[in-house]
Every structure is written in structure tokens, then in C-alpha cells.
Design a protein around this ligand. Structure first.
Ligand SMILES: Nc1ncnc2c1ncn2[C@@H]1O[C@H](COP(=O)(O)OP(=O)(O)OP(=O)(O)O)[C@@H](O)[C@H]1O
Length: 306
């Protein structure tokens, strides 16, 4: 089983730290979502892992070895960094065949990944005629070509239509189920929550969180229930009597924190209060992420202009 291990990794560009003393591991058999605001250092970290850039200090290894030391790297690690990387004048099929030939990957893999990424019907068209979503699929096809144990994808859902987004989610889940190590950056919180088991979150080049998705959400967002009744003041009295923390919403409903619909429902029916609405609010990854990044902004000085 192959992990990605990042240890004390730093990268400076002209004295500015894009990646700052980063340490984390990406484990096999799960999808790790790689999150952080624009400029947080996600792409730089991926490039360092892939040996496309040299660290200022620290190490990034795959299965204990730097990428540059891997034999037949495409058979070990597949990556999508920039969907524009393919030559526009080539057909998708020729692009993949050239990649396969230079990495001693059997030609039959080309047809397999074209099928897998839904490009088989358009494989003989030149890449320059492709939409962004089709290029994205081609980049993913190239990443999967060597049947690698480790897959790194930088914003793979970029440009995909709703059907493509469902497809990528299913693909990522399958890759993890097959025991592969999958690191995926994204700005789409709803999507990340749908495909990721684990999160690594960066802010200004530093590690902010390395945690299972569910633990992260539950630690940062309180569960709550929304209630609407025709007798709001009686409801307020009832909630206060039971020591429940409630806040009024603009439409007259109440949000009650740290509680469940079953408990509130029982309480209201016991008190004979009419229930017009009673809804459990599931905490979302977006809420938890925004809570983390807001806390981070509060405790970090703004960057100095040069
Ligand atoms: N080749 C480079 N030369 C100079 N600065 C760079 C270079 N590559 C990245 N940076 C800087 O490093 C920082 C991190 O950028 P990076 O692209 O890694 O962030 P990111 O988290 O991937 O952002 P996004 O979500 O916008 O893709 C940014 O301030 C960026 O301007």
C-alpha cells in the first residue's frame, strides 16, 4: 500500500512562502479532499509531490521515495494538474497512445481509459475541438492510463456538467474502494463532502486541518433544529424552561441549537403547542470550512504588501 508523505515541506518563490513547513500523509483506500482558499498552496504542494518543482526544504515522497526516483512513474502515480496540457493538434487517442508508448503501458489501456472517461466516441477528434469538460476528462484518462496506485487530481470537476460531476464522484469512490491513494483538490464543498472520507486543509501554505470529514463537520458546526409555531412566545418560554439555546429567525421561526427533532417534537406535543414546521438541519462541510477559514483570518495578520 502506497502513501504520500509530506514532511516539513516548504517552498519559497522570491522570498514568499507558498508552502510553509507542511507535514501530512495521504493514506490508501480513501479519498482525501485537499482544500484551502485561492493561493493556499494546494497546487504547489501537488507539484512538489510530483517532482515538478524543487522544495526549498523538507521532503515529499510516494511510497517512501521521491517521485523522481520512481521507475515507470506513470504506472505508480497518475495526476491531473492542468487540463490544457494535451497538444491541441493531436487526437485524444494519439495523445494517450504516445503517453502509453513512452511509459511502457500496454496499448489496450488507451481504449480502457477512453471508455472509462466517456470519451470513446470522440477519441478520434483533435483535442483543440474539445470543450473544457472534455479536456478535463482527457486529463483524467491520462492520469488513469498506467492503472496507478496513487492518483492526484487538481480540481477535476472544473468544467464538468452535472452528469460529469456525478461521474467523477463515482469514479473517485471506486478508486478508493480499489485501495488506491487518492488526493483531490476542490473548491466545491458540497462535492467534496460527497466524495471525500478525509480532509487536508491549507491556509497560507500551512496545515489548518488533517481530519476525517465527518469529525471536522461535527467539531465545527452545532446540530440544530428549526421550529415554527403559531404561538412563538409560549415556545420561547418552553425552550427557556428546558435550558435550550434558541435564536429567532427573521420569519418568526426559531433555531434551537444542540438538539434533535425527536426531543423538540416530544416537548412541543407534551406542551400542546401547534407545530407548523419542525426541521433537522444537517451541518454541512461548507459551514464547517467557512467557520475554520473565518477563525484563521481572525488570528492571522493580513499579508504585507511588498
Ligand atoms: N511559479 C510560481 N512563481 C511564483 N509564485 C508562485 C508560483 N506558483 C505559485 N506561486 C504562488 O504560491 C502561492 C500558492 O499558490 P498555489 O497555486 O499553490 O495555490 P492553490 O491553493 O493551488 O490556489 P488555487 O485554489 O487558486 O488554485 C500563491 O501565492 C501563488 O501566487
Amino acid at each position: 500500500m502506497t502513501s504520500i508523505d509530506v514532511r516539513d515541506l516548504s517552498k519559497e518563490y522570491g522570498g514568499r512562502r507558498a508552502v510553509d513547513q507542511l507535514t501530512f500523509s495521504v493514506r490508501p483506500g480513501r479519498v482525501t479532499g485537499f482544500l484551502g482558499p485561492n493561493g493556499a498552496g494546494k497546487s504547489t504542494t501537488m507539484r512538489l509531490v510530483l517532482g515538478l518543482d524543487r522544495p526549498t526544504s523538507g521532503t515529499a515522497t510516494i511510497g517512501g521515495h521521491p517521485y523522481a526516483a520512481l521507475r515507470e512513474p506513470l504506472r505508480r502515480v497518475g495526476a491531473l494538474l492542468d487540463a490544457r496540457a494535451a497538444h491541441g493538434s493531436r487526437t485524444a487517442r494519439d495523445h494517450l497512445r504516445a503517453l502509453a508508448a513512452s511509459n511502457r503501458i500496454p496499448d489496450r489501456r488507451v481504449d480502457t481509459v477512453l471508455e472509462e472517461t466517456g470519451l470513446a466516441q470522440v477519441a478520434r477528434r483533435r483535442v483543440r475541438t474539445y470543450s473544457l469538460g472534455m479536456r478535463q476528462r482527457l486529463g483524467i484518462a491520462a492520469a488513469l492510463l498506467g492503472d496507478p496506485e496513487v492518483v492526484l487530481l487538481d480540481e477535476p470537476a472544473n468544467g464538468l456538467d452535472p452528469e460529469g460531476i456525478v461521474w467523477i464522484r463515482t469514479l473517485l469512490r471506486r478508486l478508493a474502494r480499489e485501495g488506491r491513494t487518492v488526493l483531490v483538490s476542490s473548491h466545491l464543498m458540497g462535492e467534496t463532502a460527497a466524495f471525500a472520507d478525509h480532509l487536508v486543509i491549507l491556509g497560507r501554505g500551512r496545515l489548518l486541518a488533517d481530519t476525517p470529514v465527518q469529525e471536522f463537520i461535527h467539531a465545527r458546526v452545532r446540530p440544530h433544529v428549526r421550529i415554527r409555531t403559531s404561538e412563538p412566545s409560549a415556545l420561547d418560554d418552553l425552550l427557556a424552561r428546558h435550558g435550550l439555546d434558541a435564536s429567532p429567525d427573521p420569519d418568526g421561526s426559531r433555531t434551537v441549537w444542540h438538539t434533535r427533532v425527536d426531543d423538540i417534537g416530544r416537548l412541543m406535543s407534551g406542551a400542546g403547542l401547534p407545530v407548523l414546521e419542525l426541521t433537522a438541519r444537517e451541518a454541512t462541510l461548507e459551514e464547517a470550512y467557512l467557520d475554520l477559514t473565518a477563525a484563521e483570518a481572525e488570528f492571522t495578520a493580513p499579508p504585507q504588501e511588498a
